[in-house]
Structures are given as C-alpha cells and as structure tokens.
Design a protein around this ligand. Structure first.
Ligand code: DSN
Length: 411
C-alpha cells in the first residue's frame, strides 16, 4: 500500500488485534480468503438490481457471485430453494431489519420486540432507532426472577397488542430460544382480518451456532430470519434476510409473497448498488461455515462460554440467567452495589470494562435486565467466546481467563 498514513493505521490496528484478548461477543476473526474477497476488484462494480435483472451492464460475473452466495447461504443452514428465499444484499444487520419492517409493517404498525435493557437490539423497535420512530414497539422482557424468557407473559402481550410482527433473537440474551413457542404465539395473535403475526428471528448473534448445529434452528418456525454474517458466523460485515416462499401477506391486488416484498424493500427501497466484494466474502464465509471444521468450532465456542460462566460463578460473580446456552455470557458486576461473601460485586459495567481493557481484555459494558444504572455506565459486562475460540482457545484457557477477569475486577 502506498498510502503511508493509512498503512500505518492498519498495521497499528492489526497489532492491537493481535495483542488483546477479545471477548466482544459480536466480533470474530475472518479467514485470509474472506479478506482477499473484500479487498478485491469486485469493489469497482455497480450492480443495482438482482441477478439477471440489473440496471447496469457488465454483470455476468457478478451475477454468478451473488447466485453462489445465495446457494451457499441455503446450504449452510440446510434449506431448500423451493421453501426459502435469501437476499444477500443488506449492508449490515440494522439495514436488514429495517428492510423487513419496510416491506411488511405499515407505517405506525406494531413491532413486538425485546427491550434493549433485557437484551433486545435497537432495531427491534427501540425509540432511538428509526424502527421505533416509524413503527411502534410493543416491548417484552425476561422474567424478573429467572432472567429468562417468560412465554406465558409473551403470549399475553401478543394477544392484547396484536403486533404485525414478533421479533425473537437478541444481542444480550445468552439462553436458547424456544422458537416453536414463539410460532404458537404468533399464530394465536391474529388481527381483525384473521391474519396471524409474522415471526421474524434475528439470529445475528448465534447464526454460527445454528450453522454448526449447536443452537436450535429457527428455520422450522420463522417466516423471516435475518442475520449478520460477522459474529459467530465468522464472515465479513454484512447481513442476509431469509424468508419463506410460501408466506404471503395482504397486498392491494390480493396476497403478495413476503420474499418479493423484502427484495423490493432492500432494493430499490433502501439501498442502491450492492457491495459485490462483500457478497463474495459472504459466499466464502458460508462455504467455510458448511465445512466439518466449523461444526467443531461451534461446539468449542459453546463449551468455552460455559467454562467462562462456570468459573466466574464459582468466584462469586452473578451470571444473568444463571448460565449460557450460546457464545454469550452476561455478567452482573455491580450486584446492587454490594460485595457478596466471596468478595465479588460493586464494580459498575464501565469500571469493569475500563479495568479489563487496561489489562488487555476487551469487553463491552452492558445493561442487565431491570438495570437501575444508566446505559452509559450500566450494571454489567457482556462477554463472548467466538473470537478467542477462532484463535484456538479451549475450556482450560477460558477458565484461566475467568480467573484473570476475577482478579482484575477485584483489584
Ligand atoms: N453491535 C452489535 C452487538 O454488539 O451485538 C449488534 O448490533
């Protein structure tokens, strides 16, 4: 690279990434093949439209790339092309979710999504996000005692509010989700015209675990599945929207397939030309995710998170929901401002994250359910095992890490 200033900064970031222990639950390290695709000449090409239906010439190669990404997306999750459609053009997770609502929820319609402080995402209808400005969020949370989803309460909310769409899938909820229960709730919450609520699963966090068969698959029950590619799935920053070909909603001239509405919302609704270099990198990552080695990786990710949560619990730290079924561990470091008998607690989320960063362990401060502290300095931290598992760490390493975290937080 001839640009010395940028080269220097890229090198500095590479060095930083190598030096730190990365426990950010939404990050990972991609393969050289993914980097090569991202940094290729594909970035030079404009390709507005979809394969075979572009608005620019010269897309014969690009069409093959997008079709291959689609084929590999279906394969990675064991889906057949006659049941599922996939759009691989969303630039990232937030635009993907925005596209689904734009396609399927009339302005001002209700989106039932988990509150941010209980583990939901901004794009599940939070008021600071466009999704909470153009639509109305019907929030739900976790049970106060178990800190896990309470499906009975979810059902009551859905029956009362009759949302157009129910969103399952979270950024800071560590447990497995019962997608069948969500389906039953969506089916029961019929509106005045007898149409049941749509069920959308945002599997961004656990997509890699679904591909590796270490987390329940949402595909049997969901109408729409959105996902980013760069978390546990270990691909480039990008997103995909899967939709059931047999699910239709009311249109002006009769029923319309949700897949065609979603495609139109992505382009031309919200985006222009897709990033073909990114789509090629998605295709590379999806091939990697369908390989046997990835199953082993996903298994280890889960084992490592369990080891981390177990050791922190042993040392007195409060793990939200009592454990994890995924790559993600949510720790209450504040514990109501009190130290317990084991001497753990009374460290705010910001203090915890700052202390750990000083020692080279990167995490993010995170709200916990029913948090009384502000989002800028909440009661907890969120940890994830995906990135360090990519680097070859095993359970024993995560136990060691938990011991180190414990001693730093006490210091
Ligand atoms: N920022 C992502 C996360 O950390 O979970 C979600 O957008």
């Amino acid at each position: 690279m001839k640009d010395a200033a940028i080269k220097k900064l890229i090198d500095a970031e590479k060095k930083r990434q190598k030096k730190v222990v990365n426990l950010i639950a939404s990050e990972n390290y991609v393969s050289q093949d993914v980097l090569d695709a991202l940094g290729s000449e594909l970035t030079n090409k404009y390709a507005e439209g979809y394969a075979g239906k572009r608005y620019y010439g010269g897309n014969e190669v690009v069409d093959k790339i997008e079709m291959l990404a689609i084929e590999r997306a279906l394969k990675a999750f064991g889906l057949s092309a006659d049941k599922w459609h996939v759009n691989v053009q969303p630039l990232s997770g937030s635009p993907a979710n925005l596209a689904v609502y734009t396609a399927l929820v009339p302005p001002g319609g209700k989106i039932m999504g988990m509150s941010l402080d209980h583990g939901g995402h901004l794009t599940h209808g939070h008021k600071v996000s466009a999704t909470g400005k153009f639509w109305v969020q019907v929030p739900y949370g976790v049970d106060a005692k178990l800190e896990q989803l309470n499906y009975g309460e979810l059902r009551e909310i859905a029956m009362r509010e009759k949302p157009v769409i129910i969103v399952a899938g979270f950024t800071a909820y560590p447990r497995a989700i019962d997608f069948k229960k969500f389906r039953d709730i969506a089916d029961a919450a019929k509106n005045e015209t007898g149409q049941s609520a749509l069920l959308m699963v945002d599997m961004s966090h656990f997509a890699g675990l679904v591909a590796g068969k270490e987390y329940p698959s949402p595909f049997e029950y969901a109408d729409i599945v959105t996902t980013t590619v760069h978390k546990t799935l270990r691909g480039p920053r990008a997103a995909m929207i899967f939709s059931r070909l047999d699910r239709h909603v009311d249109g002006t001239n009769g029923p319309v397939s949700i897949s065609s509405k979603i495609d139109k919302a992505v382009f031309p609704g919200l985006q222009g030309g897709p990033h073909i270099n990114q789509i090629a990198a998605v295709a590379v990552a999806l091939k990697e995710a369908a390989a046997p080695a990835f199953k082993k990786y996903a298994k280890q990710v889960k084992k490592n998170a369990t080891a981390l949560a177990g050791e922190l619990t042993k040392r007195g730290w409060k793990i939200i929901s009592g454990g994890t079924d995924s790559h993600l561990v949510l720790v209450d470091t504040w514990m109501n401002g009190q130290k317990n008998a084991k001497g753990a607690g009374a460290v705010s989320g910001k203090e915890a994250s700052d202390k750990l960063e000083k020692a080279g362990i990167i995490v993010n401060k995170n709200a916990i359910p029913f948090d009384k502290r502000p989002p800028t300095d909440p009661s907890g931290i969120r940890l994830g095992s995906a990135a360090e598992t990519t680097r070859g760490k095993l359970e024993k390493d995560f136990v060691k890490l938990a011991k180190k975290i414990d001693s730093i937080l006490r210091g």
